[in-house]
Design a protein around this ligand. Sequence first.
Ligand SMILES: Cc1cc2nc3c(=O)[nH]c(=O)nc-3n(C[C@H](O)[C@H](O)[C@H](O)COP(=O)(O)OP(=O)(O)OC[C@H]3O[C@@H](n4cnc5c(N)ncnc54)[C@H](O)[C@@H]3O)c2cc1C
Length: 489
Amino acid sequence: MADYDVVVVGAGNAAMAAAVSAREQGAGRVAVLEKAPRELRGGNTHYSGGLLRFAYDRAEDLLPLVPNVDEQVPGFLAGVEPYPQKRFHADLERVTEGHSDPELAEILIGRSYDTVRWMAAQGIAMEAAVSLSAVRVGNTVKWSPGAVIRARHEGVGLSAMWFQSAQERDVEIRYGTSAVRLLQDARGRVTGVGVRDGDGFGEISAKAVVLGCGGFEANPEWRARYLGRPWDHAKVRGTRYNTGDGLRMALEIGALPCGQWTGCHSTPIDAEAPPHGDRKLTDKTNRLSYPFGVLVDVGGRRFFDEGEDFWAYTYAKLGGIILNQARGVAYQIFDDKVVGLLEGRYATGKPATADSLAALVAQLPVDRARLLETLEGYNAAVAPGAFDPTVRDGLATRGLALPKSNWAQRLDTPPFTAWPVTGGITFTFGGVRVNDRAQVQSTSWTSIAGLYACGEMVGGLFHGNYPGGTGLMSGAVFGRIAGANAAGA
Ligand SMILES: Cc1cc2nc3c(=O)[nH]c(=O)nc-3n(C[C@H](O)[C@H](O)[C@H](O)COP(=O)(O)OP(=O)(O)OC[C@H]3O[C@@H](n4cnc5c(N)ncnc54)[C@H](O)[C@@H]3O)c2cc1C
C-alpha cells in the first residue's frame, strides 16, 4: 500500500489549494512536503500582496467574499466596476501580446470566480485591497477593475490561513523535506517522490503526486541559463527556495516544457532591497507609483512610457526593463502635487529630496547635465488638460520621441523627490504543459500518469508581462483542479 494517497510538493498557495482540494474530494491521506523549515514556510505566497484577480459580472458579486466591507470602506460598491470574463480575457490577451495559451486562459478565467468562492469556503478570509487597488481622489474611491479583493492580511495572512485550513483537514505537513526526484513504475506511472530531509535520503510512495513547488526565480544559474544577462544578479522578491526543483524533476521524466522560458515577472523595487525577500517587509519594497512621475536611467534619459497604462498592467515587465538599463538602476522622480498618490509602500524607502530640480539632480549619481535637460524637455512637452488618476486620462506629452501617454503633469511643485529603484524578480514564466485536469503532459503529448502540476510550475499563461493579481488566482484554480483529480487517481 502507498504511504499516501496524494503527496503535494510545495507549501505555497497552489500546493495548499491542491492539498485541501484533495482532502475535500476524498483522498484519505494527504501529505505536503515543504523544503523550507517551518519558520520560512509558504513560498512566494507568504511574501505576496495577496491580491486576487478574478472575473465578476456585477460589483455585488464581491459581497459574499467581503460581507462586512462597508465597515472597512463605506460606500465600497459605488467605485467598483464589473469585470466580466471577457474583460479579464482582454487584459490577459493585451498584456501578453496574444501569447497566453487560450485553453489555459479559459480555465483560469472561467473558473476564477467559482474558485475564489471556494477559497472563502475553505477558510480564506478576504478584504478590500485598499492600499493596492483603491485610488482616492477627494471623496471618490475608484477600484482597479478585477483586482479589488485580497486575502486578509495579504500574503502573510493567506499563507497562515492555508496552513490552518490544511491542519483542520488533517493534511500532514513535512517541513525541511525536499523532493529530489520522481519515482515511476515500469509503466511510467509516477508512484511517489525521492526526498531529502534532516535524516538524509528516503522515498515516499503515493497514488498521485502534485507538483506545486514554484519556478526557478531563486536559482541564479538557471536564471543565467534561461533568462540570460543580467538576471543572474537580480534581487529575488520572495522565497529563496524556488530553485526549479519541480521543473527539473518533471523534465527528467519527460514532461513537456511550455510557455516563455526566457520570461519572468519582475517589478520596480527599492534599489536597497535585500537580495531575497524579507519575511516582515514582504512586498513593501515595490515602487509602483511611477505612472504619476518621471522615470530615468543613470544616463539621465527616460526609457519607458511611465503612463502607458495603470501600474497593474505594466509593473510586471518594468522590473526587467529597469534591470537591463546601465547599472540596473533607475530613478523615479515626483513633485509635491502627486505625493498624496504615492503608495504607502514608499514609506519603507529613503528618497533624495530638494526644493529645485537642479538641486535634486545634483544629489543623484547620474549624468546630471543630461538629466536636467531631460526633465526640462519633459516639462516643456506636457500638454494642457485635466489630470485624473482614476482613469487613463490621455494627458500626454507632445513632441517627445518617447511619450508619456497618460498622467503627464509638469514637475513644477517643490519639494521634488527621487527614488532609486532596481528590477526584482518575482517568478518565472516557463513551466510544464498541463491539461484541463492539471495532469502534466509528456513530450509525447500524453498525460504522465499520476503526475499533476499547479501554480508557477504551469507554463503557457504569461508572456513578457502579466495582469496584477493573476499568479495567486492561477495557483488556486489549477491547485484546486490538481488536488481534486489527484484524489481520484
Ligand atoms: C513580493 C511578492 C508579491 C506578490 N504579490 C502578489 C499578489 O498580490 N497577487 C498575486 O496574484 N501574486 C503575487 N505574487 C506572485 C505570487 O506570490 C505567486 O504567483 C504565487 O505565490 C505562486 O504560488 P505557488 O504555490 O506556485 O508557489 P510558492 O508560493 O512560491 O510556493 C512554492 C513552494 O514550493 C516549495 N519548494 C520548492 N522546491 C521544493 C522542493 N524541492 N521540495 C519541496 N518543496 C519545495 C517552496 O518552499 C514553497 O513552499 C507576488 C510574489 C512576490 C514574491
